[in-house]
Design a protein around this ligand. Structure first.
Ligand SMILES: Cc1cc2nc3c(=O)[nH]c(=O)nc-3n(C[C@H](O)[C@H](O)[C@H](O)COP(=O)(O)OP(=O)(O)OC[C@H]3O[C@@H](n4cnc5c(N)ncnc54)[C@H](O)[C@@H]3O)c2cc1C
Length: 291
């Protein structure tokens, strides 16, 4: 959306393609406390405001999933599930999606007790006990949010501590209805129609069954860049390789945000990339003589 903002303010015609819902990952964050100018803001509010800003500037928007891109005679053909759009320049900002545990019955029980977005599905379990697997910022944010309306949150981590911000760790440790269990590894989910329990393994190899009807898995994100593999180099982890100028090996194709190789994946850095990618895309368009 930041790339759109910069390109629109450069008087370019911009089409935004989104496969699911506006806002990406941040719309799933209950509380953002590290975006400049906003002491506390919900991720959904932040992304709604970004969208409003580009709508007012006249962005074209379609809810379509990009399946592939090719460049023929200087024009990009962007194939989606419904159309083929043509563009002189493209900014890929496809972010990342939740990492799955890859354990038995995870796929089968997806949406039936196994969830990845606590903001979307947590309210179904208000007043109940829930389980959360994860040890970094997303998991800590989810734990605090769920503790606000669930009876108890069982927070399970793989190692013996947390990796998130100190202030979040302190808040989680101080919350009475968050029960923390370190050094446990989920090995399978149990249940036929709905999640009934999770099998965990302890550090000493012993296993135990933890009864629960809902688990939120927050163990990080993975990129999903297959659609662009012909146009840009992809590293071993699946991220699009680019310089800090957000350029790729294909002239006119730029990348921004969590989908690209970078050190820090946050809203502030995604926004920065969007500004850089779009500015360079505009320079490219000006150079080839496109208004
Ligand atoms: C629970 C949670 C809490 C977080 N909290 C914070 C925080 O407090 N502060 C902070 O700075 N960061 C936080 N982050 C990280 C932050 O959300 C990301 O760094 C940021 O959203 C990255 O933005 P992005 O635009 O690069 O990618 P994304 O937000 O992942 O957006 C990419 C968008 O592209 C769409 N898309 C993907 N593939 C296609 C396709 N083929 N066709 C069409 N559309 C496609 C996706 O649907 C998505 O909407 C949090 C993340 C999570 C999950």
């Amino acid at each position: 959306m930041t790339a759109c903002l910069y390109a629109l303010r450069n008087n370019k015609k911009v089409l935004l393609l989104e496969r699911e819902a506006i806002g990406g990952q941040i719309a799933k964050s209950p509380k953002v406390e590290n975006y400049p100018t906003r002491k506390v803001v919900s991720g959904a509010e932040l992304s709604d405001q970004m969208f409003e800003q580009i709508l007012e500037l006249g962005v074209d928007f379609e809810l379509e999933e990009v399946k592939g891109i090719e460049k023929v005679d200087g024009i990009f053909n962007v194939t989606t599930d419904y159309n083929i759009h043509q563009a002189k320049s493209v900014v890929v900002a496809t972010g990342a999606k939740p990492r799955m545990l890859g354990i038995e019955n995870e796929e089968k029980l997806l949406g039936k007790g196994v969830y990845y977005c606590a903001i979307c599905d947590g309210p179904f379990y208000a007043g109940k006990e829930v389980t959360l697997i994860g040890d970094a910022n997303s998991a800590l944010q989810y734990a605090l949010m769920l503790a606000g309306y669930c009876k108890k949150v069982h927070l399970m981590t793989l190692f013996d501590g947390f990796f998130g911000e100190k202030s979040l760790q302190d808040a989680v440790r101080k919350t009475a209805n968050i029960e923390i269990m370190h050094n446990v590894k989920a090995t399978s989910f149990k249940g036929d129609e709905h999640l009934e329990s999770i099998i965990f393994q302890k550090k000493d190899g012993s296993v135990f069954e933890h009864k629960t009807e809902a688990v939120f898995v927050a163990i990080g994100q993975v990129p999903d860049n297959k659609a662009f593999e012909k146009m840009a180099e992809i590293d071993k982890q699946g991220y699009l390789v680019s310089s800090e100028a957000c350029k790729t090996q294909t002239l006119g194709l730029f990348v921004a945000g969590d989908c690209r190789t970078k050190e820090i994946r946050q809203v502030a850095t995604a926004v920065s990339d969007g500004a850089i990618a779009a500015t360079n895309a505009c320079k490219y368009l000006d150079k080839i003589g496109v208004n």
